[in-house]
Design a protein around this ligand. Structure first.
Ligand code: PAF
Length: 287
């Protein structure tokens, strides 16, 4: 097994080591939960890990900054990477094994396959602004699920569209795993935890919680009988007033992500993406 001595937890660097570890646990009759991440762990990831530990005897977390889900203009090169600190956090939270493969391990020479995703991946939300993103996510998640073969895989509701895309993909490809969503963890002022929050300047950080506040107000308005269109317009205006440039603020069916026009039409999710300076924040809440 390839393991780093620096931390107290095994860091598996290749698929063979991961499979050997999982096989050993399986031989003992143990269940396994996988939490896929891109690292730069914060309390939101730790909450995912704790959920994984509730669901299965053994918990594997993958840390892989996946190049295929970044567009050339995005922050792949600069995405925060902190494996040693991540390993310490993972060990402190009681995780069992970290899987941290290299790009070469995941996408070997001649790699030529990608998953084409539809349904929730074409909802006109993130996909409108990041057209190749979900194909990259689905491809790497399918690989991770095949490599680890967990009983359960945990994804944050923070990336709500991603959760729906991955759930659809696992079902459509008959991957034998339960996909579970875990609630978004927030700062005390409401800002959803994200590895990209470190990009915010002090001034932007002060304005950032307004995104969640606007969604919360919007949900309240809709539940109070205000029309969805009017509530969304007020949300857009309130974030614009503090410097956000919105990509979208939308009300969608919570399951299918189809547009929804009336509160009575079913469980609803409000989803937003907006830029503050160079940083793009996403958030969503149930109505
Ligand atoms: O949500 C993320 O961190 C990534 O999109 C994921 C699911 C780990 C795939 O690279």
């Amino acid at each position: 097994m390839a393991a780093d001595g620096a931390s107290q937890v095994a860091i598996l660097r290749d698929v063979a080591s991961l499979r050997a570890q999982v096989a050993q646990w399986r031989a003992q009759g143990e269940t396994i939960a996988l939490t896929p991440t891109m690292g730069a762990l914060h309390a939101g990831h730790v909450a995912l890990l704790l959920e994984a530990k509730r669901c299965a005897r053994r918990s594997v977390m993958s840390i892989f900054v996946n190049p295929t889900q970044f567009a050339p203009t995005e922050d792949f090169e600069n995405y925060p990477r902190s494996l040693e600190a991540d390993a310490a956090k993972f060990a402190a939270a009681g995780g069992d094994a970290l899987f941290a493969p290299s790009v070469e391990e995941m996408y070997g020479e001649g790699f030529a396959t990608k998953i084409v995703v539809g349904g929730p991946a074409e909802a006109g939300l993130e996909d409108r602004f990041r057209p190749t993103h979900f194909s990259g996510v689905a491809t790497v998640v399918a690989k991770l699920l095949n490599q680890c073969r967990p009983d359960v895989a945990i994804f944050g509701e923070k990336d709500y569209q991603q959760l729906k895309v991955v759930t659809r993909m696992a079902r459509d490809l008959d991957i034998d795993v339960a996909i579970l969503g875990a609630p978004t963890i927030r700062e005390p002022d409401g800002l959803a935890l994200s590895s990209r929050n470190i990009y915010l300047s002090a001034q932007e950080r002060a304005a950032a919680p307004n995104l969640h506040a606007a969604l919360a107000r919007c949900a309240f308005d809709i539940n109070s009988g205000i029309s969805i269109d009017a509530a969304l317009a007020a949300a857009k205006a309130s974030i614009a007033a503090v410097g956000f440039e919105a990509d979208y603020v939308e009300a969608r069916d919570a399951q299918t992500l189809a547009p929804i026009a009336r509160r009575e039409d079913g469980p609803m999710r409000l989803l937003a993406a907006a830029r503050l300076g160079k940083t793009r924040l996403i958030d969503n809440i149930a109505v």
